[in-house]
Design a binder for this molecule. Structure first.
Ligand code: GDP
Ligand code: MG
Length: 598
């Protein structure tokens, strides 16, 4: 295929600005899917994604378009995930493109992810075509949005296309802009093979599927290839493109996009961002920007019914085939029994995995409070990485603790500035910058411990701004911090699953709140229950649950035997969801008390 007639592009947008809808419209307009076979949001393949409106896995589709110049062009639409947890994947999809449609909802204007994604596009030197979407809406303000694009992103507003992915307005103009403004791919077919992996997944029938962008050279079926990050070689078994259905091809050359399979047994061996080359005639240098993705957030997953441990293990093995970006290893808790410690890219990723386990594998799970990875520097100068409060070395052996720091960018209407600034300060943030834009909007930049945005920062931000503020964050590195380990004890017995690492300024507040929450959750027993929060041997907060005086059933239900039996049965049911700590039955709910602490 002559690269002069190829255009590779992605669509980037803030969530809900209409990326999937526009993709569908482009597919439909170019005839890649007929209206009859069209189902909404063709590119979002998982049910879960469609329900949440989040595109989790990137994919690429071929479109053929006969342009106004009379020539037929091959357009590769490379889909990108739309959430901050997946920004590395987005950056690799962009690296496979020469241009982007920067989609902005004209009724909402520029938001945090619009900015973050636009910066990624600029870093990759991509041609940016601004598209003002949802112009059909009565409250759309394309002029104002165009002005924001100029002010905030420095783009020429006259290049913005007014469109509606719903009505089809502007679709042809967008396609013409792709042909005329996005540069054709560079890279020679005669050079040694060089391909970028921008997505990979596990297919139960064909094994690992790898999405590739050919940067130089060409690849054909049966070719011996080398994956440069792992150093492993394979033979290309299948080669194909999505148009939009998987269609086999004999070869792909510089500038083209497609997929391959090569009996790669382990999905983790086909890492996003890795370079594939010819095993016999390798390229001297891999494509830059490869990063091995590391989980940032950890949580213990325990089956509510201990008998489900085996099923949970199997489910995790299966899920891991599909998603190599989460990790798991067995973990035991004195309070919760046998479970697993899972590592995720971010909180959304955690929620997705938990939901899939519960929905697809019908497991009922208990997740412990999410925690970041702390760096422990010991008195002997060693560095230890700890993702679990239970694994901290003895306090006397710790020289100091370090915690991960993020740079948070919040985009908000200026009227909520005060609210948001106090939220950021409360979360131990350090202000970097505030920028004001026309149309009463502001960009707030803070450095903040990752831990502080894990719990309910996003929800708070949304409620303090009536839903208008949006945010994005990126990792900065580690910083020494005055962190302490706080333990919770019930009648003197420490509950390991409730241990937390907390900043010293917040220890008292957390201790008080946690003991109060637990006091409300733990039912009265035949004896007094004392709940304590302690740092080392020092108790910082204490609550008590008064003992029961009489037999409740006898008192409440008198002689009505059927109702009494029902109550007892229900109690039995409830007990299954209790955990025995010493002599005390503690409801599962108690282990969630740590959530939402700040
Ligand atoms: P994504 O999160 O960026 O993929 O956004 P979606 O394509 O899922 O769209 C989010 C919502 O906006 C959906 O309810 C769409 O039907 C709606 N939507 C998308 N484009 C338009 C448009 O041009 N006009 C109107 N009125 N609604 C749109
Ligand atoms: Mg979408």
């Amino acid at each position: 295929m002559d690269p002069r007639y190829i255009r590779n592009f992605s669509i980037i947008a803030h969530i809900d600005h209409g990326k999937s809808t526009l993709a569908d419209r482009l597919l439909e307009f170019t005839g890649a899917i007929t209206s009859r076979e069209k189902r909404d949001q063709f590119l979002d393949s998982m049910d879960l994604e469609r329900e949440r409106g989040i595109t989790i896995k990137a994919a690429a589709v071929r479109l053929w378009y006969r342009a106004a110049d009379g020539r037929e062009y091959l357009l590769n639409l490379i889909d990108t995930p739309g959430h901050v947890d997946f920004s590395y994947e987005v950056s690799r999809s962009l690296a496979a493109s020469e241009g982007v449609l920067l989609l902005v909802d004209a009724s909402q204007g520029v938001e945090a992810q619009t900015l973050a994604n636009a910066y990624l596009a600029l870093e990759n030197n991509l041609e940016i075509i601004p598209v003002l979407n949802k112009c059909d809406l009565a409250n759309a303000d394309p002029d104002k949005t165009a002005e924001e694009i100029r002010e905030i992103l420095g783009l020429d507003p006259s290049t913005a296309i007014r469109a509606s992915a719903k009505t089809g307005q502007g679709i042809e103009e967008i396609l013409e802009a792709i042909v005329n403004r996005v540069p054709p791919p560079r890279g020679r077919s005669t050079d040694p093979l060089k391909m970028l992996i921008f997505d990979s997944w596990f297919d139960p029938y064909v094994g690992t599927v790898v999405m590739i962008r050919v940067l130089a050279g060409s690849v054909h079926r049966g070719q011996r290839i080398l994956l440069m990050a792992t150093g492993k070689t394979y033979e290309v078994y299948q080669l194909g493109v999505f148009n939009p259905y998987a269609t086999p091809v004999e070869s792909l050359s510089a500038g083209e996009v497609g997929f391959l399979t090569a009996t790669i047994k382990n999905l983790a061996d086909a890492m996003i961002g890795d370079t594939i080359t010819d095993a016999l005639n390798p390229t001297p240098t891999p494509f830059p920007g490869f990063k091995k993705i590391k989980p940032m957030v950890f949580s213990g997953f325990y089956p509510v019914d201990p008998g489900d441990y085996g099923r949970l293990k199997e489910a995790l093995e299966k899920l891991r085939l599909n998603d190599s970006s989460f990790t798991y290893e067995p973990e035991t808790s004195a309070a919760l029994g046998f479970g697993f410690r899972l590592g995720f890219l971010g909180l959304l990723h955690l929620e997705i995995i938990k939901e899939r386990l519960e929905r697809e594998y019908e497991l009922s799970l208990l997740a412990t409070a999410p925690t970041v990875v702390y760096k422990v520097v010991t008195t002997r100068g060693e560095e230890i990485w700890v993702d679990n409060p239970l694994k901290l070395p003895p306090w006397g052996k710790i020289e100091h603790l370090e915690e991960p720091l993020v740079r948070v960018e919040i985009h908000t209407p200026a009227e909520y500035l005060g609210n948001i600034l106090s939220l950021c300060e409360d979360r131990r943030g350090r202000q970097v910058e505030i920028r004001f834009f026309p149309n009463q909007k502001a960009l707030i930049i803070y450095e903040m411990p990752l831990n502080e945005i894990l719990m309910d920062f996003y929800d708070q931000l949304k409620s303090l701004s009536r839903g208008y503020a949006s945010m994005d964050y990126e990792m900065l590195g580690y910083r020494a911090s005055a962190l302490l380990q706080m333990d919770l004890m019930v009648n003197g017995e420490p509950i390991d699953a409730l241990s937390v690492i907390v900043h010293k300024d917040k220890a008292y507040r957390w201790g008080r709140e946690l003991t109060e929450r637990l006091q409300k959750i733990i039912p009265r027993q035949m004896f007094e229950v004392v709940i304590q929060a302690a740092i080392g041997s020092r108790v910082i907060a204490r609550e008590r649950v008064a003992p029961l005086r009489k037999n409740v059933t006898a008192k409440c239900y008198g002689g009505d035997i059927t109702r009494k039996r029902k109550l007892l049965e229900r109690q039995k049911e409830g007990k299954k969801r209790m955990k025995q700590i010493g002599k005390i039955q503690i409801p599962q709910e108690a282990f969630l008390a740590v959530f939402g602490m700040r």
